[in-house]
Design a protein around this ligand. Structure first.
Ligand code: SOE
Length: 379
């Protein structure tokens, strides 16, 4: 009989749904010692959180996150609120001895993130940050191929995260669903929201970054603020591009924008090594493209690997349907929950921990500083 792990969810937006779905599905597909129980969901609006709790099967609701954290029947706190609330909630949760699963990015900046790391480390509580793309099987497989040395020395790392949902000048900033446009709530624009994903994956696959040279742009300078009703200056970066040197000597090129008309969530990366190259595209997330220079000349070409095989060959896939049948975006969250539960069982960290995610925060800070100063900036 699995041991219950009582989850207290704070927030009810897109990510609250993605995480809740992960908790609900995990034990249908993964055998783990712990079983998540959706104990309580929390938000300021009683109506909204009641609706969310009913939909996802949470047993109870709270309207004050402090009360949720105080509850003796809660083991783990899931933080799915705007970035400016992460620190305060995580510090309180750590002080109360709760495990923490925090939505990305970890914090508004490195300084806050460091304080959060120290809090969870001092409290000795399990912690992880939801950089979910690491757990898309094709991306996990990329990691495996790199670790097996199949790419050899890495020369280039290229990543994009392109969207187009903020092009309209009528779109307000701030408040429910639009807090990502409000610098006070989000900390930054595409850098902390989208490039953070690219940076987390890049550090995981290719190691740390040494320095960066960045540019950012805010195309729409003023927007009505939903909370004040006034037209206010926009403080976020709408687009950001940067070059970098990795510690392993390879060169990096990253671009992200919410102004790439036609692109909804085009996250792609490509890595070029001495012996082989790989590329991945979120729109075709179950495929990994692989080019191996040691293939026989006349057959040498990019292969498109459908990452759905069983027998331990393709990460996570043994737990799903039958070979050839693919899974999607939401499964990356199921995998994260499965790995978190396993980490409790084995008493090992669930990556990325707060400390690991702080490295991404450091890169984001360096990118924003470089864009401001127009100079190469050390990470
Ligand atoms: C922004 O639109 C967003 O929802 C991000 O906040 C998520 O982290 C990303 O995975 C998809 O896009």
């Amino acid at each position: 009989m699995a041991t219950p792990l009582n989850i207290g969810m704070i927030g009810y937006g897109f990510m609250g749904r993605a995480h809740s779905n992960g908790y609900r599905k995990v034990n249908n597909f993964f055998e783990t010692k712990y079983r998540p129980v959706l104990k309580a969901a929390c938000a300021r609006s009683a109506d909204k959180i009641k609706g969310f709790a009913d939909t996802w099967g949470y047993e109870s609701i709270e309207t004050d996150w402090r009360k949720l954290i105080e509850r003796k029947d809660i083991d783990a706190i899931d933080v799915c609120v705007p970035n400016n609330l992460h620190k305060e909630i995580c510090l309180a949760a750590a002080a109360a001895g709760k495990m923490i699963l925090c939505e990305k990015p970890l914090s508004m900046n490195t300084e806050e993130g460091e304080i959060m790391c120290q809090a969870v480390e001092k409290a000795g509580v399990a912690n992880t940050v939801w950089y979910n793309y690491r757990r898309v099987p094709a991306v996990t497989m990329a990691k495996k191929l790199i670790e097996e040395g199949r790419l050899g020395r890495i020369f280039h790392y290229r990543a994009n995260f392109l969207q187009d949902w903020t092009i309209s000048t009528d779109l307000p900033q701030g408040g429910t669903a639009l807090w990502r446009l409000d610098v006070d709530a989000a900390g930054s624009g595409v850098t902390g929201d989208l490039l953070a994903h690219c940076i987390d994956t890049a550090i995981w696959l290719n190691g740390g970054l040494k320095d960066v040279s960045a540019m950012t742009e805010t195309f729409i300078k003023e927007r009505k603020h939903q909370l004040t009703g006034k037209v206010e200056k926009v403080g976020i970066d709408d687009a950001c591009a940067f070059l970098c040197h990795f510690n392993n000597g390879s060169l990096g090129l990253f671009e992200s924008t919410r102004y790439a008309r036609g692109h909804k969530a085009l996250y792609t990366f490509e890595i070029n090594g001495e012996k082989a190259s790989i590329k991945w595209d979120l729109h075709d997330l179950h495929r990994l493209e692989y080019f191996d220079h040691k293939d026989e000349g006349k057959l040498r070409a990019w292969r498109s690997i459908h990452v759905t095989d069983h027998g331990g060959e393709h990460p996570y896939m043994d737990h799903w349907w039958v070979p050839g049948l693919q899974i999607g975006y939401e499964h990356s969250f199921v995998h994260h929950v499965a790995d978190f539960l396993k980490s409790l069982e084995t008493n090992t960290p669930c990556e990325p921990t707060f400390r690991t995610a702080l490295e991404t925060q450091k890169v984001c800070d360096a990118v924003l500083a470089s864009a401001k100063d127009g100079k190469w900036t050390k990470v």
